[in-house]
Design a binder for this molecule. Structure first.
Ligand SMILES: Cc1cc2nc3c(=O)[nH]c(=O)nc-3n(C[C@H](O)[C@H](O)[C@H](O)COP(=O)(O)OP(=O)(O)OC[C@H]3O[C@@H](n4cnc5c(N)ncnc54)[C@H](O)[C@@H]3O)c2cc1C
Length: 412
């Protein structure tokens, strides 16, 4: 293990976050930005470095408000682009016409777009810059044991080091080791789909429009970046991925032009395609003794609505608010009643988002002609999508009274 204080600190931390991904680093940043005299460490098995990947995230309006409140938003938006319009079609790739089933124009609240596209590199760069001076970062720290039953939690690492904390927060990915160590099971469903991700340049402007084409193999989304560039999240059946990755970049570009219905003109790939297997994975509990799960450790959802990280960052905002409240009331960070409140608060939102993304994927990602006809004519898709659209916009805005304060732009 390396890092300031590494394994040598004997006093327990208030909070140790395991996992230095976007959720873990945001969690630590929200705590140290909101209350002084809190001791926070973030441990990761890998070095803390800005990732070299092609991904960009659609960060919802409530999330941009949270980062603004924490003083982080301006640090991550040099290459960000607003999503001002959404166009969703139900179409197979060869279809000549692509019926528009859902569209959205305008801000969720005046002056605040539905979402911004932020490259992962810029998001992580900003979080790491902020964390380096303010948070104990411990790398080479692979968790191997956890005991939350005592007066403090004990966290052991494969190096043999042991750290103690009032509360341990698991942000260690969808395959969370800490979740397993705490014997928290999951509900799982393998979509047998993969998310292909890359960045493209194109000859026609996107006009800050996000396009999503629901096709039998899964949704194909192009999301606007700065200039004539877009980020792709392209769902395919996993058994087709190897063949697509084996194509030359020119062949891949022609395939992408077809998938976009040529709405973006001629396409050039700016990065090699990366593939992520897609699954639904929900932790059966979001807490244990002196333990809270956030982000993908708590829930992995289909990227059909681009909400996975947004859901995790809502966990961050809620848990930070509760921990800060507990400490100000003279309680400790691992207070069991506070943890129960966290679980009750976040489970409903998680279940709703998991159900919505799963339902959309099941309804649209198939080539059953009967279902397609039913979708298009019999079931009144526009009517069905209306409430989903309202729900998504409301979720993105996070303006409701049950949304965490940070996502409503209030300090905690
Ligand atoms: C194709 C695709 C597109 C997506 N697009 C969007 C989008 O547009 N908008 C959106 O909101 N979400 C999106 N998501 C979801 C988003 O990518 C995830 O929700 C998010 O990256 C999860 O972040 P995290 O910090 O929870 O976990 P991770 O980013 O997985 O970080 C986990 C960290 O924990 C560390 N770790 C793991 N195990 C251990 C251990 N045993 N000990 C110590 N450290 C450990 C890892 O090294 C890593 O640094 C998308 C997902 C996919 C697959």
């Amino acid at each position: 293990m390396t890092g300031a204080n590494k394994g040598t600190r004997t006093d327990p931390y208030d909070v140790i976050v395991v996992g230095g991904g976007p959720n873990g680093l945001s969690m630590a940043a929200a705590l140290v930005a909101s209350i002084s005299d809190i001791s926070v460490a973030v441990c990761d098995k890998k070095p803390f470095a800005v990732p070299n990947d092609a991904r960009s995230f659609a960060l919802a309006a409530g999330v941009s408000r949270m980062y603004e409140t924490l003083g982080l938003w301006d640090r991550m938006t040099a290459n960000a682009a607003p999503i001002d319009h959404m166009r969703i079609t139900d179409s197979d790739t060869p279809d000549l016409s692509r019926p528009l089933f859902l569209s959205f124009d305008g801000d969720v609240v005046p002056g605040r777009p539905f979402a911004h596209m932020v490259p992962n590199r810029d998001l992580m760069g900003a979080l790491l810059d902020y964390a380096r001076d303010r948070i104990t970062l411990i790398d080479g720290a692979e968790v191997s044991g956890f005991n939350g039953s005592g007066a403090v939690a004990e966290l052991s690492f494969s190096s043999g080091d042991v750290l103690k904390a009032s509360l341990v927060i698991a942000a260690d990915s969808g395959r969370s080791k800490l979740r397993d160590l705490a014997a928290i099971g999951t509900f799982e469903h393998d979509y047998k789909q993969s998310g292909l991700v890359t960045t493209i340049a194109h000859t026609l402007p996107h006009n800050n429009t996000a396009f999503e084409h629901f096709r039998p193999a899964g949704p194909f989304a192009s999301l606007p970046l700065s200039g004539n560039r877009s980020s792709l999240v392209w769902t395919e059946r996993t058994d087709r991925v190897a063949a697509i990755k084996a194509l030359s970049e020119t062949e891949q570009a022609r395939l992408i032009e077809n998938e976009t219905g040529h709405t973006l003109g001629e396409v050039t790939l700016l990065e090699p395609i990366q593939a992520f297997p897609l699954a639904l994975r929900l932790a059966k509990k979001m807490i244990g003794p002196r333990l809270a799960l956030i982000g993908d450790a708590a829930h992995v959802v289909h990227p059909i609505a681009g909400q996975g990280l947004n859901l995790g960052l809502a966990d961050v905002a809620a848990l930070a608010e509760l921990i800060v409240g507990a400490l100000r009331n003279g309680q400790e960070a691992g207070d069991p009643q506070m943890l129960l409140t966290y679980q009750t608060w976040r489970r409903r939102d998680t279940a709703l988002m998991a159900g919505m993304t799963d339902g959309l994927n099941r309804l649209f990602s198939n080539d059953n002609p009967l279902l397609r006809v039913a979708r298009d004519f019999g079931l009144g898709v526009v009517d069905r999508l209306g409430p989903i659209k309202t729900g998504l916009i409301r979720h993105a805005a996070a303006a409701g009274g049950t949304s965490p304060k940070l996502m409503r732009g209030q300090v905690i």
